[in-house]
Write a protein that binds this ligand. Structure first.
Ligand SMILES: [Zn+2]
Length: 199
């Protein structure tokens, strides 16, 4: 068994649910709980997949009598589990929470023209948390410098908090392994936007 293989698991609506390993993916396939998806988005049950893919690929498992390719993506057939993880503390999600607007002057900007600002600067003991990091335009960032809003005579538009919404999918960025996953993930600059920030 190729233990390093990661398999993207989709629900019936082709929404990514989580990432599993090859062993677990094959047991779901074998039980008929999931089907394998190929690059043409065709679905296969275990037997069809085993026949179809016996002569293909680099990443395979060996059973007693055959060689089976490890699928990159499987689709659950039965239930529609919705991911229930806490919102990832990432650049992408901070910008999303703040609506891509500077939290001091309210300017809406392209993400490339926004920075992340520590409300209480790190130099003064401010932490990198949902409650202390906000979206900030470059002008306000420069004006504020390494000061608190009070020290800089600035005011936050609202108190930053951890968002209550549910993330669509947690696995992106550094965890994306295969191009077969790309159609199911929103991946523009994924590693930059979605990498978990150090709290
Ligand atoms: Zn601003």
């Amino acid at each position: 068994m190729s233990t390093n293989s990661a398999v993207l698991v989709l629900n019936r609506h082709f929404q990514p649910i989580h990432i599993t390993n090859a062993r677990r993916a094959f047991s779901l396939l074998y039980l008929g709980v999931a089907q394998a998806l190929d690059r043409q988005f065709r679905m296969f049950d275990f037997d069809d997949w085993a026949q179809l893919s016996s002569d293909m690929g680099d990443d395979v498992i060996h059973t007693v009598d055959r060689v089976i390719r490890v699928p990159r993506v499987i689709v659950l057939q039965i239930y529609d589990r919705i991911p229930k993880t806490k919102v990832r503390f990432s650049r992408h999600n901070i910008y999303m929470r703040d609506g891509n607007t500077c939290q001091y002057c309210g300017a809406a900007r392209a993400r490339t023209e926004l920075n992340l600002d520590h409300v209480v600067p790190r130099a003064q003991g401010g932490r990198t948390t949902w409650e202390n990091v906000v979206c900030c335009c470059i002008d306000c960032n420069l004006a504020k410098g390494a000061r608190t809003p009070e020290q800089a005579g600035m005011r936050l538009l609202k108190t930053p908090m951890r968002p209550r919404w549910t993330p669509t999918f947690r696995a992106a960025g550094d965890r994306v392994r295969y191009r077969e996953w790309l159609p199911f993930l929103d991946l523009a600059n994924a590693s930059y936007w979605n990498v978990e920030l150090e709290e």
